[in-house]
Ligand binder design. Structure first.
Ligand code: ZN
Length: 624
């Protein structure tokens, strides 16, 4: 079977149901990929047939993995010793304590945002999680100092079997608070090279990029403990895990979405202006995860009450990478291997889920949009690093400590599902990653690249709650689907980009994105396309909610391209597109998008940038 037939009719195309829709929606990338593959078939790695049965269910497969069951994480028989001590985190059964007093982080009690009828729709789970911030007498969630102590105690604990743990100091916040993580592995060592050679894929779990969304952070403390010395420990036979429970400690300290300087760090993963986003980028470069999970919470009342006279119902809202040029096989892996089992795992716990969505802050605008299509969020930027990148949002913003056990339970259930998938699909995921890395590289100089894509407007019914009775209420909404991307601007895919000497700020960011940037040692000429500005305006960066917090005004240009020979002087830079993360270079360097380094003034002048249209005969020098 040739790659041609794989792509014309993928072996998994017989999978019925919702999986088929995203694949149809992504056909425009399939045709681009097909053309590239036909031209470069010899250089590509054939992707094996899409597996339908997880390794763990095949004959002679290893024993099943731990599974979440009736509110407890229950280990399946593994033929190995059970932990000799109880997990440090007490996972206790009912009876449940009375609900904790309703408070906002570090503030006094707040008025309940809805009455008892609505609250009764969200009973506590049949399990009670214990972290510093979940204590019954607590008014504040886990402080950053407590979080550090928790991770350190897990890192310092006596080794259990082959498990190694390491406290990671991955950076400092703008106010100097440590951003810490925990690595858990059964590799021979805890350095990235040992993880690479362990034969086990690595997962990175990130919490609380938005400081007013605490459930992800508390849940990741639970997950850390259960992996280190609890019921999730057996998963470490198959995966390595890096947990970063709190990416934005300054925001968490004061209960704000943004970082100390007012930036929405989850729109900063391409620009990398904040030390917080830079710390996460370095973690991704160091540990090369195959899966990144980004734990958030979403607004429950606020503008939904205002626009629809309704209250949000879903325990969890889920979305994977939805941005232009994301490899279609990663979309399929996200959908079939991760999203579907995660939704089923939540349902089995009595937790309702749907696609992630939000709505703008404009009260007249009743459109509902799925998470955005721009390459700026962690979800989308990490996807373009050829990972499966999942957003998990629980029902929590604006309700203080209400339902916190249920929110943490939703996060733990969803994240456990993703960990299990990675363990079960480790081999398949490595095959997909190897394929897409080579396939993205092989597309350089060929066919088209999408510069901008948009969601597709449609309509659908969403379930909300009546604010007085708590009853379900279906509302038909205008719905922008990010599952169906419409390319709105495409260009010929260059062989690479040229940047003038002195573009050091841009070069530094590109390298932090994991891109190879070469420095020209001896001058030479290149066949290139330069940009000619045809229109200009200034404005703010926008997302589907409204103006992005913390941005400076940007330059929005329209351009045409002009073929010409360009002289590349010594000391200028070349970013080849025959590299696995090439699509991040496209996102950063095509100047006429709101996220580009030109729009955000890291590149001052269009003359400092060119699209290189034939492989240049230049001599490069080694750089760091
Ligand atoms: Zn968030």
């Amino acid at each position: 079977m040739t790659m041609h037939s794989f792509l014309r009719r993928p072996p998994h195309a017989d999978a019925a149901g919702p999986a088929a829709a995203p694949f149809r929606a992504m056909r425009w990338t399939a045709s681009a990929t097909l053309a590239a593959l036909l031209l470069t078939a010899c250089g590509s790695t054939p992707l094996p047939p899409w597996p339908s049965t997880p390794a763990a269910q095949r004959p002679n497969a290893p024993a099943p993995l731990p599974r979440a069951q009736q509110g407890k994480v229950v280990p399946a028989p593994l033929g190995q010793q059970q932990p000799q001590q109880p997990p440090r985190v007490a996972v206790v059964s009912s009876p449940l304590p009375p609900p904790a007093p309703l408070v906002v982080q570090n503030e006094g009690p707040m008025a309940p945002p809805y009455g008892a009828a609505v609250a009764a729709r969200f009973p506590n789970p049949p399990i009670s999680y214990s972290t510093p911030g979940l204590g019954l007498d607590r008014r504040a969630f886990t402080t950053n100092a407590e979080l550090g102590l928790w991770l350190r105690s897990l890192a310092d604990a006596a080794p259990r079997g082959a498990t190694r743990t390491k406290l990671l100091n991955i950076g400092a916040s703008q106010r100097g608070e440590p951003i810490q993580g925990l690595l858990l592995t059964r590799a021979a060592g805890t350095d990235p090279a040992s993880l690479d050679t362990s034969g086990r894929p690595t997962v990175v779990l990130i919490g609380q990029q938005h400081g007013d969304e605490p459930a992800g952070s508390e849940a990741l403390l639970v997950i850390s403990s259960e992996l280190a010395q609890g019921l999730l420990e057996p998963l470490l036979d198959r995966i390595n895990v890096v947990v970063v429970p709190r990416a934005n400690p300054d925001g968490a300290e004061v209960g704000t979405r943004v970082t100390a300087n007012g930036t929405d760090m989850n729109r900063d993963h391409l620009l990398l202006n904040t030390p917080e986003a830079r710390a996460l980028a370095q973690v991704i470069n160091d540990y090369r995860p195959i899966l990144v999970v980004d734990a958030h919470e979403y607004t429950v009342v606020g503008r939904y009450l205002q626009k629809f006279n309704a209250i949000q119902r879903y325990d969890a809202l889920l979305q994977y990478t939805t941005t232009a040029n994301y490899p279609e096989f990663l979309t399929k892996a996200s959908q079939e291997w991760y999203h579907q089992p995660m939704a089923a795992a939540l349902k089995a716990q009595g937790l309702a889920s749907d696609w992630y969505y939000t709505t703008s802050t404009n009260p007249q605008d009743k459109r509902i949009s799925m998470g955005g299509t721009q390459p700026d969020t962690g979800r989308n930027v990490n996807g373009l690093k050829n990972t499966v990148s999942l957003l998990i949002e629980t029902r929590g913003v604006g309700i203080g400590r209400m339902h916190i056990q249920r929110r943490v339970h939703s996060q733990v259930t969803a994240i456990t599902s993703a960990l299990r998938t990675t363990a079960e699909r480790a081999t398949n995921l490595e095959q997909v990653r190897s394929f897409v890395a080579r396939d993205v590289s092989a597309q350089a100089c060929r066919d088209q690249v999408v510069v901008e894509a948009a969601a597709t407007p449609t309509q659908r019914d969403l379930d909300f709650l009546d604010p007085d009775t708590g009853a379900d209420r279906a509302i038909r909404v205008d719905w922008n689907s990010s599952l169906t991307l419409r390319p709105t601007k495409s260009r010929a895919r260059p062989c690479g980009y040229w940047l003038a000497a002195g573009s050091t700020a841009a070069v530094e960011r590109l390298r932090l994105l994991g891109l190879q940037v070469m420095r020209v040692a001896e001058p030479g000429a290149m066949l290139a396309e330069t940009y000619r500005e045809t229109a200009r305006e200034t404005g703010d960066r926008q997302d589907v909610i409204g103006t992005i917090a913390g941005g400076t005004d940007i330059v929005r240009v329209q351009v045409s391209t002009v073929r010409s020979a360009v002289d590349a002087p010594a000391g200028s830079f070349y970013i080849p597109l025959n590299q696995p993360r090439a699509n991040l270079a496209v996102a950063a360097l095509e100047p006429d998008t709101q996220n580009s380094y030109f729009a955000n003034r890291m590149i001052d002048d269009l003359g400092q940038l060119a699209r290189v249209m034939a492989i240049p005969a230049l001599v490069f020098e080694e750089t760091e």
